[in-house]
Design a protein around this ligand. Structure first.
Ligand SMILES: Nc1ncnc2c1ncn2[C@@H]1O[C@H](COP(=O)(O)OP(=O)(O)OP(=O)(O)O)[C@@H](O)[C@H]1O
Ligand SMILES: [Mg+2]
Length: 359
């Protein structure tokens, strides 16, 4: 669902333009971004870190760290990720130790608190928050996000992430939006009204799925190489492509303690293309189950968002794979990092007061 009436809560709004700070939050599996009505635009890694011990606490001089600062200091921190596969941790998950479970369940609220702090609300200013969630997030998943904002905001809405991307770009008419992030691939069919459940699809064939496959393929091809998952992610971010390219991709790996140049072209292609069949079949399904008179409008207005959409050759391969349906036109959003947060901010600012209060 897009704007879900079960997925929000609101306090009483004060009047006056400056009395409310609107925040659009794209809460992502690997990174999150905010866009606010006071002009703040910030993105950071979605991670919370607690110092491992006394020495680490002395080093950092703070009880908790967030985002990119955690990445830089990961050796001395216990890291927790607020989202897994696009949804926030729920207590039933099987964390190893009680302390881990406690921190894991605290991480989403701590992270959201930090993002709101970065938004610089003024004293006494009310905070109205719109959060992007996976297209098919369950009522429970949305409620978990709302619960994590308890006491931090005056009102909150949880809205389909690809819908927010389209809304931010003013694409209210026929559009198929695809947002491929680290944890989820979210697809939304827009047709001039708030999209319904049948217009939205979520799959876990996304960035982390590609990373795991690339790591496994490279580990089989170069079994004696000193390889980590994080290296596989870095190779993907730098070289990701689908379809055909005219160049060879080679990287330096340490094999038997010696730096060695290794060809990874076929492995990068196979891993990156592993998400394409599901993407194409979902798009085909959303097109062919639509009113036949308007199917062409959908396929001529496809929009790719999310950082995995930056894989070279994506628009061409999708257009080629759906060519038997007729003319297909695929474009990529200019700013995949902030498109969702900007759409969330715009929706928050546009939403009439009465609508917020009905949530
Ligand atoms: N040029 C690139 N080509 C392919 N993948 C990339 C590229 N740059 C970043 N990525 C990958 O994109 C993913 C992050 O994208 P994004 O920030 O849209 O996801 P997210 O919002 O954190 O996740 P989600 O929306 O699934 O919760 C990561 O898997 C990252 O490795
Ligand atoms: Mg995302």
């Amino acid at each position: 669902m897009a704007v879900d009436s079960t997925a929000g809560k609101a306090g009483k709004k004060k009047t006056g333009s400056d009395s409310i700070l609107y925040i659009g939050l794209d809460l992502g599996t690997s990174q999150s971004a905010i866009a606010t009505s006071n002009g703040v635009r910030i993105n950071t890694a979605s991670v919370v870190g607690w110092p491992k011990d006394l020495i680490s606490f002395k080093l950092h001089q703070k009880p908790i760290l967030f985002g990119d600062e955690c990445q830089r200091n990961r050796m001395s921190l216990d890291l927790f990720y607020p989202l897994e596969k696009g949804v926030i941790y729920s207590k039933s998950s099987n964390a190893k130790e009680p302390e881990d479970a406690e921190r894991k369940s605290a991480a989403p609220a701590e992270f959201i608190r930090h993002m709101i702090y970065l938004a610089e609300p003024k004293e006494k200013q009310q905070v109205y928050l719109v959060v992007g969630a996976p297209a098919e997030a369950s009522v429970d998943d949305k409620q978990a996000i709302i619960n994590a904002t308890e006491g931090l905001v005056d009102s909150v809405l949880v809205v389909s992430q690809p819908f927010l991307v389209a809304y931010g770009l003013g694409m209210y008419g026929f559009t198929l939006v695809v947002d491929i992030g680290a944890g989820t691939m979210d697809i939304c069919r827009m047709h001039g009204t708030i999209p319904g459940e049948s217009d939205q699809k979520t799959s876990f064939k996304a960035g982390t799925f590609i990373d795991d496959m690339l790591y496994n393929l490279l580990s089989s091809k170069y079994p004696r190489a000193n390889l980590t998952k994080s290296m596989a992610t870095q190779f993907k971010d730098k070289y990701a492509f689908v379809g055909d390219i005219n160049e060879q991709i080679s990287v330096e790996l340490i094999i038997d303690e010696k730096p060695t140049r290794c060809d990874i072209t076929n492995e990068v292609k196979e891993a990156c293309e592993s998400i394409i069949p599901e993407l194409v079949s979902t798009l085909r399904n959303l097109i062919t189950t639509f009113d036949p008179e308007f199917q062409a409008n959908l396929q001529e207005n496809m929009l790719l968002a999310g950082c995995v959409s930056r894989m070279k050759g994506m628009p061409h391969l999708i257009e080629h794979s759906l060519a038997n349906l007729g003319k297909v036109d695929v474009n990529i959003v200019e700013d995949p990092v902030f498109a969702g947060a900007i759409g969330a901010l715009k929706l928050g600012e546009d939403m009439p007061l009465s609508e917020w209060q009905q949530m």
